[in-house]
Design a protein around this ligand. Sequence first.
Ligand code: MSP
Length: 518
Amino acid sequence: MERRSETFYVTTPIYYLNGPPHFAHAYTSVAADAFARFNRIDGKTVHFLTGTDEHGQKVAQAARAAGEPPQEYCDRASAKFREMSGLVNLSNDDFIRTTDERHIRASRALWDAIAANGDIYREEFSGWYAVADEAFYDESELIGGKAPTGADVILLREENYFFRLSRWQDRLLEFYAANPDFIQPISRANEIKSFVRSGLRDLSISRTSVKWGIPVPGDQQHTIYVWLDALTNYLTGAGYPDTSSEIWRKFWPANLHIIGKDILRFHCIYWPAFLMSAGIEPPKCVYAHGWWTVEGAKMSKSANNFVPPAELVEKYGVDAVRYFMLRELPFGADGDLSCRALVTRVNAELANDLGNLAYRVLTIVARRCGGRLPKEANLSVDDRLLLTKATDMIELVRSHMHRYAPHRALEAIWAVVGACNQYISLQAPWTLDASQASRLGTVLYVAADALRHVGVALQPFVPATAAELLDQLAVPDTERTLEVLMNKKLGSDQPLPAPRVLFRKLDTDDPIDIRDSD
Ligand code: MSP
């Protein structure tokens, strides 16, 4: 059995099936994927889970509107999200559906564990419910008769099972204090703590009026509240309720739940309270990223301002889209999506800075060194400076990824790309003639090794482009890890494949206008 510190379990939110995937869903998934891939190249055994949230009123309504039985509707709608995972090149190890038998079992087991702790009771409920958010609101939270999110609310009166959330208020505050990294970024932690301090009410966790859900153990009249059902997916993905299984012992508690900021309360208050009640250790970290907006408005189906990821990927290519997502927006902040910004950034950074650099270096190797990577000899100060910068970059990338700052990690990688471009301009290998073959070899070797560092570090972000770069440098598949980078030199004298353009420039004249999309 591997030691706990050598494993990393990361999740995306599971997506509601009330519509097709949109850009922001792809964003959450790509961010989680970057963390999964980073931890793999950093030597961890990773478990990466994504999937779909299929029960509840919102999905039942969508099925009704489509004129389909809910299960058939979900099969079809879930397949679209599975397709999206492939489209944006997710490296997920599992794809969970809340209609999976294994998940139904896990949800009922979690319910039983919470009930066994005396935290569930039955009472008449009367209050406000927003189907769009699948959330209850206090009267005091309503703004102009609507939920704070702007969603319509309905007055609900039915007998429900309740979770004694109020009993967990102090324990939650103690938990946050003992685990300062649990809620990230820190601004979100403050928001959650003050909400908890202001007092927690017990939470309704079953419905009699919603049939499309998991029946409450021992009471077929009720279905489990969709958020309790949905959150449990993270346990199901780690083998729960089989807590003696290898997967459970290796991966629970999860290291990282990536979510959007609109679902913080569920993940940072309800989730740890449910888990503590059931005697299960809460996850290590919940990270809430910001919102993508289009001209200032949140991108959503209802605002009709979203782009299907397929359209973007088809037009610009998967790595262009991934690079833009991870580089453009400081992780955690909100930002505006503009295809013009995407094209400009990708052409400047991926095509020019990196693509041209690799092509320049590799074509000289092909022409002047018989297509074999030359050896280095007598390193100059400039050579050493570039190599040190490339090695130091690895530690920088690691620390930025540990601080959930993929945009900074990319910045650090681009600092090396920039330094390498400067190095090549300064060393001007094209001016070195046959009498300077040894110096020519050294310059090309040093540049190629800097590019190897860049290629390895780029794998979490633009996996296909990184793989192409490493293939062109003939770096074996088994040597594309941070550890190998720190301990093994780039092999010289091996034949390299004929250089290919790494990244084609995107067409600047014809960006997708997001406002025109449906
Ligand atoms: N089903 C719940 C999650 C359950 S997790 C146990 C849900 N689904 S969702 O499909 O509505 O949203 C999934 C994710 O997409 C959320 O993290 C949400 O924040 C994110 N986004 C949806 N629109 C968004 C933007 N415009 N910008 C960034 N992310 C946003 O919530």
